[in-house]
Design a protein around this ligand. Structure first.
Ligand SMILES: [Zn+2]
Length: 197
């Protein structure tokens, strides 16, 4: 299982930190005890103009006998590309109807990869919308003002929820829209899991 945490710097700075990267040690999602540090693993990340290996810290709960990867919030669970790339591609497809073929060229990515994101996103969009609306209403009890149709409404809701988070917590702790999405979804925007995050 993965836990998403807020990395305040750029992806390049995370890459540069290597195995020295310092992640906060969270509570165990199962029993709420403080987790113990426990090694880590290398994985790849692809971001505009580069693809590099990064170190992902792991923690372990002795009571639950479970381990948890601590994923920085510029990633989604089990996706190579950074959330900013995935988010922009999905938003452009959903809100201004740009063809995946054109997006693949613009972002210099395999078309099959984009097709996979889009199919998963479409299948999950009702769940994703419900989760984003819940966060938005949790931050400010007024209903969101949603006017878009189809999948575009997910991004409309996401922007409004993110604005509410900014109003409540200020600019710095929230960061950019796509990282916010990763944090509130637990990195599970494009997982096969169909239950609400
Ligand atoms: Zn535990």
């Amino acid at each position: 299982m993965s836990i998403i945490w807020a990395w305040q710097e750029s992806v390049a700075e995370y890459v540069a930190a290597g195995q020295q990267v310092v992640a906060p040690v969270p509570e165990c999602p199962g029993c709420r005890r403080r987790l113990a540090r426990w090694s880590g693993y290398w994985r790849w990340v692809r971001y505009p103009v580069d693809q590099r290996r990064i170190w992902i810290r792991r923690t372990r709960c002795r009571r639950c006998r479970s381990s948890h990867a601590l994923l920085p919030d510029f990633l989604f669970f089990r996706r190579l590309d950074v959330v900013a790339t995935i988010g922009q591609v999905l938003a452009l497809r959903a809100t201004v109807d740009v063809e995946l073929r054109a997006l693949a060229r613009r972002f210099d990515l395999p078309r099959a990869t984009l097709r996979g994101w889009w199919a998963r996103f479409r299948a999950r969009s009702p769940t994703l919308l419900a989760a984003v609306v819940e966060v938005g209403v949790g931050l400010d009890s007024a209903p969101l003002d949603l006017r878009q149709k189809g999948e575009a409404v997910v991004f409309e809701a996401l922007e409004q929820a993110c604005q509410r988070a900014h109003r409540r917590f200020g600019e710095q702790p929230i960061g950019e829209l796509w990282r916010f999405w990763s944090r509130i979804s637990g990195g599970k925007v494009l997982t096969t899991n169909t239950s609400a995050p």
